[in-house]
Design a protein around this ligand. Structure first.
Ligand SMILES: [Zn+2]
Ligand SMILES: [Zn+2]
Length: 292
């Protein structure tokens, strides 16, 4: 079984929900009969990620994420980064520092290093333009990304054995049309496609994107479930997808699509009929079963 749990479902600026980061958990059996999943992959870890994970570890069924009252970061052995906005990477410095300084790898007695998946440019820029400021020095020497993580380049469209879960669930990325410096895809941003090798069923996680039916509409049409970002407050929105745009998708696609990455006005009353047009607003700290 593969499940997805949002640490938060909010936009970059949301305050009533944590930012949109998601935990994939693969289970040889099921959460009802296991204390912890067999494999874990975190999609993004933003500024609110640490406090969101702290909140999640207190939810029944997620205690494997805690140790002596602190977040047990070694439980998160894989992390995939979609792009470099802080609501997707802002928690990585804490995760890296705690894994290096608080926890020990049993085999090496050194700090714990999670595998870090992303495109070559995202990983390079992540280190040189974001993380290096706080993590670039350790006592006695300068440090690099590989002191904290096992970086694994995951290029779009490529299925990596190292990102796969339980030899059954394939993870791949596709480019999304989020920020344009001057043209489509020139600022690297990705969504995630998850495939069950046993059934060839897929689940789509949009990542941050403008409305892009030409780019991802066919994947959404064939996916058994989609999670799509939505902006509720600005129409039109230059870098995100509006609700009005998502309403243009075919009804059968909308009804399999959960919305996430939304602002604090989701329950203002203006969107109470969302469940009639879509699967609904995704909820945080709830396990969604992607594949049985
Ligand atoms: Zn975002
Ligand atoms: Zn973004």
């Amino acid at each position: 079984m593969l499940t997805l749990t949002f640490l938060g479902v909010g936009s970059a600026f949301a305050k009533r929900n944590y930012q949109s980061n998601a935990l994939l958990e693969a289970w040889a059996d099921s959460p009802e009969r296991q204390e912890a999943p067999d494999d874990v992959l975190l999609i993004d870890f933003g500024t609110t990620g640490p406090i969101a994970l702290y909140s999640l570890m207190h939810v029944p069924g997620f205690s494997y994420l805690s140790c002596d009252g602190a977040i047990y970061y070694p439980a998160v052995s894989k992390i995939l980064i979609t792009h470099l906005h802080s609501d997707h990477i802002g928690g990585l410095e804490e995760l890296a520092a705690m894994n290096r300084h608080r926890y020990r790898c049993q085999q090496s007695n050194e700090g714990v290093r999670a595998s870090l998946f992303g495109s070559a440019r995202v990983l390079d820029d992540l280190w040189h333009h974001s993380l290096r400021g706080g993590l670039g020095a350790v006592d006695g020497r300068t440090a690099q990304l590989s002191d904290y993580f096992v970086p694994v380049v995951l290029e779009p469209g490529v299925v990596s054995d190292r990102a796969g879960m339980l030899d059954r669930f394939d993870i791949s990325m596709f480019p999304t049309d989020h920020i344009r410096i001057s043209e489509r895809f020139d600022w690297p941003t990705f969504g995630v496609l998850i495939t069950d090798r046993q059934t060839q069923e897929t689940v789509l996680y949009s990542g941050d994107t403008r409305f892009d039916p030409d780019g991802i509409g066919a994947m959404m049409a064939s996916a058994s479930i989609s999670f799509h970002e939505v902006a509720l407050d600005q129409e039109p929105n230059p870098v995100h997808t509006t609700l009005a745009e998502l309403r243009m998708l075919p009804q059968e696609v909308r009804q399999r699509t959960w919305l996430y990455h939304f602002g604090d006005n989701w329950n203002s009353g203006a969107f109470d009929d969302i469940g009639e047009s879509f699967a609904g607003f995704a909820q945080p700290r709830v396990r969604y079963v992607l594949f049985e």
